[in-house]
Design a protein around this ligand. Structure first.
Ligand code: PHE
Length: 450
């Protein structure tokens, strides 16, 4: 039995959902630490250029294809194809995106579980239940299993609610809270001794670092991951946008919010690290390199919070609440990708689809947890470093070479005839046809052979 398709109820709802998908651990955790260890403001500069010149056009390709087809990636790419070969390629690309979205969710749930754990940890500590606090904040098999499962349960619950009552409602509630917490924390951190050093590390560009190929590759990877590109997330969200909306404008807003929040997170994390250094916490590893990735979030920052007494308990709770919210609004968008496919192509009711697929992905998370040393890094690299750019390339290929140009232009004009007078209108169709695929291919090949 076919079910009516969901649609975002308002422009605000869409922006919150899409920005919620984009703003995630990639922004608040990944971006600031990468900026810190890669030339500070220089990295920021490269990131900004790549985000606007490369990621935004790809985001637009996904949104436009999605809204035109009003369907998931598999159906949509099939619909815009013109012959049997491109149709088959479209289906394969769509399916590959669904698999990658599910795999990203499987490792994201593990990390999301850690964020939950660190968020809850101060409470038992406050009442003297140190064993429970230790379990929540320590690295154990049981903690990882229980909290990843909890993270998945909440994700499944929200996605089961549907586009408006689940995704839109929760994104619209959580995103403003996220922004408020981020601004308040960033302001507060500036008052700590040592914070100014961090601001300097963040804002003084080291241009020699900015132009290294390695840096450009990692900035591209970050920009793609950060805007949730390639896996069909933005395509499916685009498919829930009303025909009355001006898509280039909406996509531009989502990109701007995503970048602003990453930049803002830099104002929180970098000064916090140097404040930690000031209170005697080690923030440089071997060879004087800044500690990054898991050590930063799970060792350096908690150590800083620990030096702050009762205030630290509160700040820690709020900081990891911020991380948990960022993770959740992203994870729901990942789960929506396979769920929408199951609903539309296999006529499964939404709740059942969310439950079955959620259970499969939770199982994948468990497999990762039980083979953490071998699998975690492997899945992250496979999905974010290789698959996302490759899929981004495919979306440009479909938008630029397969889909008929007239049809794209018609889609762009829907709801916004004024788009015809914009720079976007003149440049985007050829840009996504020639420039984007070339640059992505170049960087991708560098990545493999360079
Ligand atoms: N954009 C999210 C982040 O920055 C990650 C994500 C990737 C979400 C792919 C959806 C799809 O953390």
């Amino acid at each position: 039995m076919s079910q009516p398709r969901g649609e975002f109820s308002s422009r605000f709802g869409f922006i919150m959902a899409a920005a919620g998908s984009a703003v995630g651990l990639g922004n608040i955790w990944g971006f600031p630490t990468q900026a810190a260890s890669n030339g500070g403001a220089a990295f920021l500069l490269v990131y900004l250029v790549l985000a606007f010149c490369l990621a935004y056009p790809v985001l637009m390709a996904e949104l436009i294809i999605g809204r035109h087809a009003h369907a998931n990636a598999v159906q949509a790419l099939r619909l815009i194809s013109t012959g049997p070969v491109s149709r088959r390629l479209g289906v394969l690309t769509g399916l590959y995106g669904i698999i990658i979205a599910s795999l990203i969710l499987s490792f994201y749930a593990v990390v999301g579980g850690w964020m939950f754990g660190f968020c809850m940890e101060p409470l038992p500590r406050l009442v003297g239940a140190d064993a429970i606090a230790g379990w929540l904040g320590g690295f154990s098999l049981s903690r990882n299993v229980v909290l990843a499962a909890l993270f998945m349960l909440i994700t499944i619950q929200i996605v089961s609610g549907g586009v408006q009552a689940g995704i839109e409602r929760w994104s619209s509630r959580l995103m403003p809270i996220l922004l408020l917490i981020l601004v308040l924390l960033a302001l507060y951190v500036q008052t700590l001794p040592g914070a100014a050093e961090g601001l300097k590390a963040y804002l003084v560009p080291d241009l020699s670092a900015a132009l290294s190929p390695q840096l450009i590759i990692s900035a591209l990877g970050s920009a793609f991951f950060s805007l949730s590109l390639g896996v069909g997330t933005m395509l499916i969200y685009g498919s829930y946008v009303s025909e009355k909306e001006n898509l280039p404008l909406l996509g531009g807003l989502v990109t701007a919010i995503d970048i602003s929040i990453a930049v803002l997170a830099g104002f929180l994390v970098l000064p916090a690290m140097y404040a930690a250094l000031h209170s005697g916490v080690e923030i440089f590893g071997e060879g004087g390199v800044l500690l990054a990735e898991d050590t930063l979030i799970f060792t350096v920052l908690p150590a800083l919070f620990n030096t702050m007494g009762l205030m630290g308990v509160f700040v820690s709770l709020v900081f990891f609440l911020l991380m948990s919210i960022a993770a959740l609004t992203s994870s729901i968008s990942m789960l929506e990708v396979p769920v929408a496919y199951a609903i539309e192509n296999h006529q499964l009711p939404r709740k059942r689809a969310a439950m079955i697929i959620g259970a499969v992905i939770t199982t994948l998370s468990m497999i990762i947890i039980f083979n953490f040393e071998i699998l975690f890094g492997f899945v992250v690299t496979l999905t974010t470093r290789y698959s996302q750019p490759l899929l981004g390339f495919m979306f440009c290929f479909f938008a630029g070479w397969i889909w008929q140009r007239d049809s794209i232009l018609q889609e762009l004009l829907k709801g916004a005839p004024e788009v015809k007078n914009t720079f976007f209108w003149r440049i985007w169709p050829s840009y996504v046809r020639f420039v984007c695929p070339l640059i992505i291919a170049f960087i991708f090949l560098q990545n493999i052979f360079g």
